[in-house]
Design a protein around this ligand. Structure first.
Ligand code: FAD
Length: 410
């Protein structure tokens, strides 16, 4: 391999995709600077990880630090709807690779990854905000505001936009496109769960479906300190029948789902409740000659399968692999090797997200007597291995889902 040419990559945002991308470039001797508008730790939604992202963390030499951090162990997902309860154990999956992961307070997790990147040699400028970017020049020019409101410019060889819901380049360049998914809203908080039920498995995310509206679902994501992230997702109109006060609405929704009501009978709600709406996003393109979009800055689907951080890390892996080759004067094809490859997994997830809201995929995951082989293949998807095209449920998601949903009905 030829030696790495001097190159300077600017990464916008120190979330999981930004820190991972910076670390992966730094490992190959490519200088990467992260511009991050917040000071860490800062809150972020997206607390249940999937095992596939542990593979990405290994590549960035962050796996050991995450393992040692004391986060809540996670080995699967549980689903509940009107008395039916099913579990997926991620270690019993079709694709090889890590079968367990963690549920994490993102403030702590994102700071840990960013600190790892810094320790490896990456520069992070906290409280610096990217305000403008000119990509029409040979080398793109970023205008940045530092914490004292002083403006300065950086000329980069390449920009990786890892700005998450900030979506810096899509906004500045008009790349935003409506999502194929309808707008949904989530209301959520952190609770002290005080769960004593012996059957409750803290090692799994619990996804529960509202008894009267199967398009409405709840997440219960336990942490290692006796608290849980708890939230409800539904179409905006659904919430019109609930109190304006988010916390009151959440409590009413708990009372309507009997399993959750019993589990959370002793819970306390000491924290404010937040709401986020219309988070699904799409873009017209994921790259151009001097930039690429990572993670949520590109595409965001839906929280139901906790796929956001896994997709963010996968995008960082794919884009940095190409960038390293490009800086080594190797021929690269961003369309096939980045965009198309990334979208293989994103589109597999999209198919199951759509199937979740039509009810087809709910029937599949709630089936109480599944074929073990099929369950392993579905388990792989739920564990985040959505890029393994040897899995028929990745290679042909729509057809496979239709067939298996029919089988579940009979
Ligand atoms: C309701 C809901 C629930 C979710 N639950 C899950 C889940 O359980 N599991 C999961 O994996 N995912 C979940 N997600 C998705 C998850 O939140 C995101 O996919 C993930 O955080 C994306 O990571 P990222 O690195 O792309 O961006 P982020 O983690 O959002 O990081 C972006 C960073 O960029 C910085 N930034 C933004 N603008 C600028 C600027 N102009 N200049 C400098 N810095 C900037 C921000 O401060 C931020 O630190 C959920 C999403 C929603 C909406």
């Amino acid at each position: 391999m030829s030696s790495t040419q001097p190159a300077h990559v600017v990464i916008i945002g120190a979330g999981p995709s930004g820190s991972l991308a910076a670390a992966l470039l730094n490992k190959q001797g490519i200088n990467a600077t992260i511009i991050e508008k917040s000071i860490f730790p800062r809150f972020s939604i997206g607390e249940s990880l999937l095992p596939a992202c542990m593979e990405s963390l290994k590549k960035a030499d962050m796996f050991d630090a995450v393992n040692a951090a004391g986060f809540q162990f996670k080995n699967g997902a549980a689903f509940h709807a009107s008395g039916k309860y099913t579990e997926f154990d991620f270690t019993d999956k079709y694709t090889a690779g890590e079968g367990t992961t963690f549920q994490v307070q993102r403030g702590h997790f994102d700071k840990l990854l960013a600190d790892c990147a810094e320790q490896q040699g990456v520069t992070i400028r906290y409280e610096h905000e990217v305000k403008n970017i000119d990509v029409d020049r040979d080398k793109p020019l970023l205008t940045i505001l530092d914490k004292n409101k002083n403006s300065y410019e950086i000329e980069a060889d390449f920009i990786l936009d890892a700005s998450g819901f900030g979506r810096v380049l899509p906004r500045l360049l008009g790349l935003e496109e409506p999502s194929t998914l309808p707008p949904r809203r989530a209301i959520f908080t952190h609770i002290e769960d005080n769960i004593t039920a012996l059957h409750y498995d803290r090692n799994k995310i619990l996804v529960s479906i509202h008894p009267d509206d199967s398009k409405v679902w709840y997440w219960l994501i336990p942490f290692s300190n006796g608290t849980c992230s708890f939230g409800v997702v539904g179409e905006p109109e659904f919430f019109a029948n609930y109190p304006d006060d988010h916390l009151e609405a959440l409590k009413q929704l708990v009372s309507e789902e009997h399993n959750l009501a019993a589990l959370l009978a002793q819970a306390s709600y000491p924290n404010p409740c937040s709401s986020i709406m219309g988070y699904s996003a799409n873009v017209t393109k994921l790259f151009d000659r001097n930039y690429a979009l990572l993670g949520n800055a590109g595409e965001f689907l839906d929280p139901v399968f906790s796929s956001g951080v896994t997709i963010a890390m996968k995008s960082a892996e794919l884009a940095t692999n190409l960038l390293i080759k490009q800086f080594n004067n190797e021929t690269v094809n961003w369309q096939t090797e980045y965009s198309d490859t990334l979208m293989t997994g994103v589109n597999a997830f999209r198919c199951y997200v759509e199937g979740w809201y039509t009810g087809e995929f709910q029937d599949v995951v709630l089936h109480e007597n599944p074929n073990p082989k099929i369950k392993q293949m579905i388990c792989s998807i739920l564990a985040g291995y959505a890029w393994d095209e040897t899995n028929p449920f990745v290679a042909e998601p729509a057809r496979r889902l239709k067939v298996v949903a029919e089988l579940c009905k009979s």
